[in-house]
Design a protein around this ligand. Sequence first.
Ligand code: MN
Length: 702
Amino acid sequence: MLRQYELVDRVLNYDPDADEALLNRAYVFSMQAHGSQKRASGDPYFSHPIEVAGILTDLQLDDETIATAILHDTIEDTVATPEQIEKSFGPSVARLVDGVTKLSKIEAQTENERAAENLRKFLLAMSSDIRVLLVKLADRLHNMRTLHHIASEQKRRRIARETMDIYAPLAERIGMYEFMREMQTLAFQQLEPDAYTSITKRLHQLHEGGGDIISRISSGLRLQLSRAGVKAEIQGREKHPYSIWRKMAERHISFEQLSDVMAFRVIVKDIDECYKTLGVLHRRWPMVPGRFKDYISTPKRNGYRSLHTSIIHSEKMRIEVQVRTEEMHAQAEYGLAAHWAYKQGDKSASKASSHSWIRDLVDILEHAGNPEELLEHTKMAMYQDRIFAFSPTGELIQLPKGSTAIDFAYAVHTDVGDTTVGAKVNGRVVPLRTPIENGDQVQILRSKAQEPQVEWLTFAFTGKARSSIRRFVRQKEREETIALGRKFYDEIIKRIPAELGKEALPEALKRLKLPDEEALMEAIARKLVDDATVMDALMPGSAEKAGVKRREGAQRDAISMKGLTPGVAFQLASCCNPVPGDRIIGVRRPDEPVEVHTIDCRKLAESQDADWVDLAWGDGSDGGTARLTVIVKNEPGALAVMSGILGAHHANIVNLSLSHRDTAFHTYDVTIEVHDVQHLMKIVAALRAADAVSQAERTPAG
Ligand code: MN
């Protein structure tokens, strides 16, 4: 374990301005807080935070981060309070410790919640202070190093899985490749013990077969390069078992087929030498096609630069070679810390102030775009379509990406959704259509008087919200239709010449085979039954007594056609619904009634094979059915206004159906009985004049 003075010296070594007293206080505080607690290894617990701090000194982190590392488990695992931390170490350290504590709490949660929870907390941590994440990564690395002390296999596997899926990719993304590799190796050992053992065994055999292959190949490379006048440092290594295993899995090949288990790095002084080295290698050994990558001219998006190639070194031995400068190498190994150190070096300024490279890192992370972008190409991708937001009480709500405040409300509870009047996101009132972002705190403002609005459907994203809103809107519409039906019903019974008994309505329902009164009212409103039928159902024979005719065929008698032999059967085409006054054409086929179309009906074009008869309406022609397309505003009572206009013009509604609905408007398909075109035009004009009606027109023929 690192001693107090060793740790402080390390920090002072790279940052002479570090707050020595702060570090000393943290050390003592943590040691006292953890007291006699022990790790699974039997070591004093206190050794863990100190090792974590030690790992972070390698990254030359600032004094606050080091103090945070030393204190990172005190809130969670000891009696120390956030207040004490703040009092002794200031608000900044207190905030960082709190951040790490939150991350650690997740590890105590149930398996299911955890992955998502982790992600959310990470995203939050990253957006607020990247140092929280760095401490957490170092914490995880140390826990992985000591994982074998944990007795429960299940627990070891869980921790390893999490490391593999979440922490290693994060380490990779911020350029901490050493962290990543070590985490992967340790996790792989837990998760695939057989594969790990077999691969390490094979690697051993490889050594035994050929002596120290790595140093032989290294010497060969060095010799070739020095002949060409290139001074280079050469590092050879075996790929670590996990990356070998991943290659085997990805390419579906066996260990034997996997020839490039060794990787070499050639580190040279500048970019010219990089390309010169590449030329030397490719002239001496054949390159493996498809494996050459120039990340110097086109760096990876995390800033990584190197030349990658694979060469066929001997019959059975391909090797991978990375060529880079010293600066590129440091950056590749130690991430953005190194990048910053080199920049400072150029300015020949003072010792690295680690604050600055953190700022640099934060800057890069911020400008890299969003956390999703940051996490791309990692296992985290599977969470990318999820958003994690909080309620004011800290409850975590998961939503699909694209969700808005109204989705959040319905995700909390259907009742909450139904009564939503507004939302506050992160304390600010926003429109309900506002997309929710990761980590947002969302407060739903409610009113008992509120009910779901149909326009919510334009921005509700989740199935739950949409179906809840639709269900409500449908119910609302049905209520409106039923109310309209009741008005019609009241008119109908007025025409029955006798008083109706109590049993009349229940009897009528039976006769009409309708389940209840509401179903009847709906049927009346939608003109599924005509007035005469309703009257007869209520009191058999009453329709005829009152002189109310059945709808079918009622108008036929009144129509005659000039141009037709009297007595020849005709039929008004249902495609164009001609009404008296329309210019019409008859289509005659053998043994069929003459079909009467309006002159502009598109169906006529399809009837070239038939005889066309020039027709005109008879003098006494009266009545036809016409189809209208009426668009009404989506507001209460609009349907009643439309029905009222039709009623006032004595246009019997034959059919009424809702053909389209959006936020603002409802489109109805209405079939009415009219006397003639003039009658129809008056009705259309009256509809157009109404406030509640946005558009009204005769439905085009065909
Ligand atoms: Mn810890």
